[in-house]
Design a protein around this ligand. Structure first.
Ligand code: J2J
Length: 626
């Protein structure tokens, strides 16, 4: 596939690399070497629990050795890329470490990803294999293998699927394989992205293990801790902040939850005496509600980490109270930087900020979010809101094979443009206040609007599409697509049909627009909006306004219609045909005048076209000045 070009891994400049080594951040140890050490130190302790399988450290180490030899026997060689899409179960860690020992670079796909995303990962990475689980994903992986020539193997966990290799067969007697370069790539994380499909993030053994080690220390993990992976474990948060890798680093136990819902998680907390887990704010609230109704013994839980999406201070406080454990806010990103509130931070900091960075050598700059196309990168005054730029000992310097994108995603001196709007407190804590990138954070799942727009535009009856995030009480944000039909297709395009269309394109469910509005033009009044970014910002602003203004405007319109008809307002339904109510042309002319008070410049003909309160309120929200 010729789409991706450029270098695999952008190294840190020599002077900084030397400094990170001298400071003891980078210790020259690989994933495989770490596991060997852990197996020596904690041999008979439980490392992993997944379903009914329990693996000691020695067993985990042994499986990883056999898998490494198995991958080698399949022809997987150092530097080869392998798309890894496994759910939270006992296979995940042995496979990850096995690939790592074979020198391969796992590409950490999420179980939610479907064919379109897998094809993109395999194609961009030039992957030699895809490892997945379950018949549906296996079928998608086989279709990917049929179109991406580099893919030689589809390996499926837990079952024999025609045309694939059973994961159980990827095994061979342990053999000496050269330990990979600790300064080289260990794995490829995925970015939430804002332009098109997710970018691949090359993380090195040195940098990733530094973030894992320090995260485990900051969270006070000890051998008697039990970490529950409730979120999909290939995501950076449950993998490394401190996540299952941090748990192993501390000699603790990592428990894999097959799904993140309270019933499943709480059963495991009770059964395994879980002490630490990590969730997104939406789940935290669900946990708090479920805990209030009792039924499970959650007394072992000492720390709930909340991150991945904005969490309001009151919410954080309520959750901590409901679960009766300490709460920690975590602000992190697959590209690197992770911030934690600390155990000894005062409550207003724990509840009111998203923490401070892991490393004394994390450099954070808060700059003027002026023009994203031509950023000045001038720092704002201390305590002011600005766009966050960061670089440091575990933040990447470039995406994998994405030279053109890297030119704008990073500053010339190597800072990553996070796209987040933040404020830093006098204590150095970060408050995340919003985003400047075109990305929707739907309950922690990141959606690049451009990717979804491209899928919508692929529909033969769609001329153009703009996708924006609108506030959602439960999810934080949900996605709203505005679609302009091609030619006279407006009669045939439906919201449901378009959502189904996006689904059949083989993308993760969370990317299917929550709402679709078919419109004859984009709801924009400003002139000269040529850039999609500005258009989106305008549409998002109006969509937001509309969400908040619509109920008010509906009542204002209803009152005026009632006055014109001489009937009580509460007898008029939003969607009833008002012409049938006796709203004749004379009365309509009167109404035109009255709606002018709401800032709507309309005509009697326009009102007669769709004679309902709902439609007119819509007009007022869209075109009124009120
Ligand atoms: C607001 N927004 C947040 C927070 C992330 C630990 C924790 C999370 C991630 C993660 C991670 C937020 N409040 N507490 O990788 O190791 C939004 C920001 C950020 C983007 C990164 C980790 N925590 N976010 O969420 O790569 O917008 O990583 O830039 O998925 O999530 O998303 P992602």
């Amino acid at each position: 596939m010729g789409r991706a070009s450029g270098v695999a891994h952008t190294p840190w400049p020599d002077d900084l690399a030397a400094r990170y080594r001298a400071a003891g951040y980078w210790r020259g140890r690989t994933f495989g070497a770490l596991l060997s050490e852990l197996a020596g130190a904690h041999a008979d302790r439980t490392a992993v629990v997944g379903g009914s399988v329990r693996l000691t450290y020695r067993e985990l180490d042994d499986r990883a050795h056999r898998l490494a030899a198995g991958w080698h026997a399949l022809g997987v060689r150092p530097g080869d890329r392998v798309v890894l899409q496994l759910p939270n179960d006992a296979d995940f860690l042995p496979v990850l470490f096995g690939l790592s020992r074979a020198g391969a670079w796992p590409v950490l796909a999420l179980p939610a990803h479907r064919e379109a995303e897998l094809r993109h990962f395999a194609g961009t990475a030039g992957a030699v294999a895809v490892v997945t689980a379950g018949p549906e994903r296996a079928a998608a992986a086989r279709r990917v293998a049929a179109t991406v020539p580099s893919v030689r193997h589809v390996v499926v966990a837990g079952g024999r699927v025609a045309g694939t290799t059973d994961l159980a067969e990827v095994t061979a007697p342990p053999r000496d394989l050269a330990d990979p370069d600790p300064g080289g790539v260990a794995l490829l994380q995925l970015s939430g992205g804002s332009t098109g499909l997710p970018k691949l993030i090359p993380r090195t053994h040195d940098d990733y293990l530094y973030s894992v080690r320090e995260s485990a220390r900051i969270c006070g993990l000890r051998p008697d801790d039990v970490y529950l992976a409730a979120l999909p474990v290939s995501h950076n948060f449950p993998l490394s902040s401190p996540g299952v890798l941090g748990a192993l680093h501390a000699g603790a136990t990592a428990v894999m939850a097959p799904d993140p819902f309270p019933a499943t998680a709480f059963e495991l907390v009770e059964r395994e005496r879980v002490t630490v887990t990590a969730v997104v704010p939406q789940l935290a609230r669900a946990y708090a509600r479920a805990a209030a109704s009792g039924g499970r013994d959650l007394s072992s839980l000492r720390l709930l980490q909340v991150g991945g999406a904005p969490c309001a201070p009151e919410q954080a406080e309520q959750v901590a109270a409901a679960l009766g454990c300490a709460l920690q806010q975590v602000y992190g990103m697959g590209e690197g930087l992770v911030c934690y509130t600390r155990a000894d931070d005062p409550p207003e900091v724990v509840f009111g900020t998203q923490g401070r960075p892991i490393s004394p050598d994390d450099e954070l700059r808060v700059v003027d979010p002026d023009d994203p196309a031509a950023p000045s990168d001038a720092e704002v005054a201390p305590g002011e809101v600005g766009a966050l730029l960061t670089r440091g000992p575990y933040t990447v310097r470039g995406y994998y094979r994405a030279d053109a994108h890297n030119a704008t995603a990073f500053t010339p001196d190597g800072f990553y443009r996070t796209g987040d709007l933040v404020r830093r407190t006098a204590t150095g804590h970060v408050e995340v206040v919003g985003r400047i990138k075109d990305q929707i954070n739907r309950g922690g799942e990141k959606i690049a609007v451009e990717e979804v727009e491209n899928h919508l535009r692929a529909h033969p009856d769609v001329l153009d599409a703009v996708v924006v995030g609108v506030p959602d009480e439960y999810l934080g944000q949900r996605s709203l697509a505005f679609v302009v039909p091609a030619g006279d297709a407006s009669a045939t395009l439906t919201a449901q049909g378009l959502r189904q269309f996006v689904r059949t394109r083989g993308v993760a469910d969370f990317k299917v627009p929550d709402q679709v509005r078919v419109v004859d033009h984009f709801p924009v009044t400003g002139v000269g909006k040529t850039s999609r970014r500005e258009l989106r910002a305008e549409v998002a602003r109006r969509a937001h306004e509309r969400e908040t203004k619509e109920p008010m405007m509906t009542e204002a319109v209803r009152a005026r219609v009632a006055a014109v008809l001489g009937e009580p307002a509460d007898g008029l339904a939003d969607d009833e045909d008002l012409l049938a109510r006796g709203l004749d042309s004379l009365r309509l002319v009167d109404l035109v005048e009255r709606l002018r008070e709401l800032g709507l410049d309309t005509s009697f003909g326009e009102l007669a076209e769709t004679p309902t309160i709902a439609a007119w309120a819509d007009l007022v929200v869209r075109e009124g000045r009120g």
